[in-house]
Ligand binder design. Sequence first.
Ligand code: ADP
Length: 474
Amino acid sequence: MQIRRKLSLTFSAIILGGLILLVGVLTYLTHDYLVDLHSENLRKEASALAKVLGYLPEPHFRSSLDSLAATLKNELRIRVSFISADGIVLADSDVDFASIDTVENHLQRPELQEARNIGWGSARRISNTVHEPFLYVAIHELAPSTPVAFVRLAMPMRIVEGTVQDLRVLIIVGGLFILAITVVATWIFAHRITTPLQDYMRILRAIENGDYSMRTRCIGSDEIGRLGAHINETADKIEHEFKRMHQLERVRTEFIGNTSHELKTPIASIKGYLETLLSGGLEDKEVNKKFLERARFNADRLQLLVNDLIQIARIESGEMRMSFRYFDGLQLLRELHWEFQNQFAGKRLDFRLDIPETREIKVRGDKDRLKQALTNLLTNALKYTDEGLVTLGLRDSRHTVTIFVEDTGPGIPREFHSRIFERFFRVDRDRSRAVGGTGLGLAIVKHILSAHDTQIHVESDGHTGSKFWFRLHK
Ligand code: ADP
């Protein structure tokens, strides 16, 4: 069942129950209250009446009494009886004066008995004379110099009950009016609750079906509104997470594609050379050595590639743990300078070490990995620079040192500065191949340095050399 219907039904049932209870209780209480009120009024009226009886003319006292009773009955619509001390009815508005003497003695009437005892009495019963329920009130007051000892007034109970009935109708009509208002109000109120809920359902269902773009506009400061805001936030998060996953998936697929492509080329070459040698090339003194050397060159490339791939994979999977220690930065640069000397000797290239003339400068980092990063930078400088100068240097400052590798090679055009650190990106593919590049060297450098909380920078105008530099904490 819908919330709207549930709420309306519940509220209506509560109001209806309350209404029935109210009518019951009020009818009961009002009835008694009205009887009391009327009794009290009748008593006062009877008492006032007793006091004026003395003014009735003496000679025609009985007939005057009868006229008085008849007049009061006409004016007030109440029955009036005047009764003597021994119970004889002297006059009665409901009995003809001629037949008054035939009326039975009233002394035993309960209201009279009570009045004789305590001054006044009341009773509710069916009248013997007119046969319908009456409220009787009698007072015992001896009117001076008259035979009247009791004045009794009676009013039909239908007057009391009529008032109660009017009241009951009033309450029921009012109650039904409130009921109608409640049903409408509940309906509107429930509508305001269910509209956002339906909207939230729509969004959750969309998410379930893989659509993360929907948002709800039903947000606000109450609980439901906050739920809406929360659903939007969650949808945002899911959408972003999904985009990130997609991106990762794309990068991974691309990487696998690139890797297999990179591996295929040297393998195909090696296979080609070997097949040519096997199908007769081996006997040909002109080409056999050349082909074997080319096969070995490709095998070397393959080895470099596999080594770099293993390194990248280990860094990215987090398997390669860095171990940070303080070490002498100058010492590291001196080692590299010494180790690379021989490789530079074969080229028309100067290789310089440009460091402060201090004994040592302590820096913090993983010395082996940093050596690997600098090896990659120096290898590139060596690969891409044909003549001129390569400088490996260090500048000292208060909290950091800056280490750089600068060359006078072809430089790197600005538009590629951010891309050269991507895996397999090369500015000049053929040249990179020719010099035995894998396209992974700078990606490894970037990874190692970001693990050191620092960044690799490149400076080059695109024709007069390149400078790679990074900072390390001391
Ligand atoms: P590769 O194995 O191809 O050298 P790297 O990741 O080390 O791969 O470098 C990416 C690309 O950046 C290179 O292919 C090259 O085009 C360019 N590059 C890197 N270092 C230099 C340099 N010192 N001078 C000119 N170009 C460079």
